[in-house]
Ligand binder design. Structure first.
Ligand SMILES: Cc1ncc(COP(=O)(O)O)c(C=O)c1O
Length: 387
């Protein structure tokens, strides 16, 4: 099918719920995708922060192919070697105190389960989240999403959700109490426009949670799996070393094969019994092969160090570029803040065959590239911005 036919069929047979770019992606390799019309695009959006290892990384593809030849799926009612290896690898790269994984299928499901675990562990109901945070579109996650229109889309909301101001520890003190089960936050608020908080905010938040017996949840659906210059934002210098009780993951975790996870510490894990949590597809063999291979590829190709040097390169290259006000974010989760609304820049880049992302801040363009993007590839973006 050519592009016109593809678009016509998609639009005819699907609910009209996405604002799409006018391209049909046919194949990808590394940081590049090719369209139905044979055009080649530089993908600095990474399929919405999913394709961390680059499109169709050979090690990931081989692992999925080999697993497919053995068995695609069996549920959690049996043991599996690939699940055992993936869980061990994920826990091994996580901060030391996070010792148990629970696998599910998406970011919103990971957050639903994290909040449920927190309520089970504390016997409390209240969940505190932050203005500008995004946690997904299912009932509890969207109720914890105090960003723009989302909470309204999710009405009626789950009760007992309250919010505080991101980065403002006094506003947390004003609402956190001994009835609070969980505090959940995106360590860098990506969708809100790559908003950051000071490292001290995270260590103070950690202390408040210790003092009040609250389960601290970092939603690392975007920041995790190497994207922000460490395996996780949790425990890094950007968090002043603070490690939450639960980390939630999805997006990059499977390089594009749908998978989510909660990483939980020992203390919280003791509250979870047989049948408290579950999902049919969670921990399926194909997804587990993708998880293991993704983590191996990131490690073997030194992608985390690369993401740090890419951030620095971009910061250096954009100094003095007209219209650029600031470079926000860490590693390969970058916001370029312009003096004015950047919708036209986004469109211009697309016309030059460079895919980037927007955000809910009209002035902030988002880059979520594969972690193996090269400086030369980043220079292609910089060239267009300069001109
Ligand atoms: C920080 C964050 N949390 C949760 C989600 C929800 O993930 P999913 O779309 O896989 O349900 C997203 C999705 O964009 C996200 O960015």
């Amino acid at each position: 099918m050519n592009f016109t036919e593809i678009k016509h069929h998609e639009d005819e047979f699907q609910l009209a719920t996405y604002a799409k770019m006018d391209i049909a992606v046919e194949r990808g390799s590394g940081v590049w995708v090719w369209t139905s019309e044979g055009d080649k695009y530089l993908d600095l959006y990474g399929g919405h922060a999913v394709c961390a290892t680059g499109h169709s990384h050979p090690h990931v593809v081989r692992a999925i192919q080999e697993q497919s030849d053995k068995v695609l799926f069996y549920s959690n009612l049996v043991y599996s070697e690939i699940r055992a290896k993936a869980a061990e690898k994920l826990v091994t790269v996580a901060p030391d105190v996070l010792t148990k994984a629970f696998f599910c299928n998406s970011g919103t499901e990971a957050n639903e389960n994290a909040m449920r675990i927190a309520r089970m562990a504390t016997g409390r109901k209240k969940v505190l989240s932050f203005d500008g945070g995004f946690h997904g579109r299912t009932a509890d996650s969207i109720s914890a999403t105090f960003l723009g229109k989302y909470r309204d889309i999710g009405k009626p909301n789950v009760p007992d959700h309250v919010s505080a101001e991101f980065g403002n520890i006094e506003s947390v003190r004003a609402v956190a109490d001994r009835e609070t089960a969980a505090i959940i936050l995106e360590p860098i608020q990506s969708m809100a426009g790559v908003r950051e908080a000071s490292p001290a905010f995270f260590s103070e938040l950690r202390q408040i949670c210790y003092d009040l017996g609250i389960v601290l949840i970092f939603d690392e659906v975007q920041t995790g799996i190497g994207r922000t210059g460490n395996w996780f934002f949790a425990g890094s210098e950007h968090a002043d070393g603070a490690v939450p009780d639960i980390i939630t993951l999805a997006k990059s975790l499977g390089s594009g094969v749908p998978v989510g996870a909660c990483l939980v510490n020992d203390i919280v894990a003791t509250h979870i019994k047989t049948n408290d949590l579950g999902t049919t597809f969670g921990g399926g063999m194909l997804a587990m092969a993708a998880v293991l291979a993704t983590l191996e590829a990131i490690e073997d190709d030194d992608m985390i160090a690369n993401s740090v040097s890419i951030e620095q390169h971009l910061r250096d290259s954009l100094v003095g570029v007209a219209g650029v006000k600031a470079v926000l974010g860490k590693g390969c989760l970058i916001g370029i803040e312009f003096d004015e609304a950047c919708g036209a820049v986004h469109k211009k880049l697309l016309s030059q065959k460079i895919v980037t992302g927007t955000s809910s801040d009209p002035n902030v363009l988002r880059l979520l590239p594969p972690l193996m993007v090269s400086k030369d590839e980043i220079e292609m973006l910089v060239e267009v911005l300069r001109s």
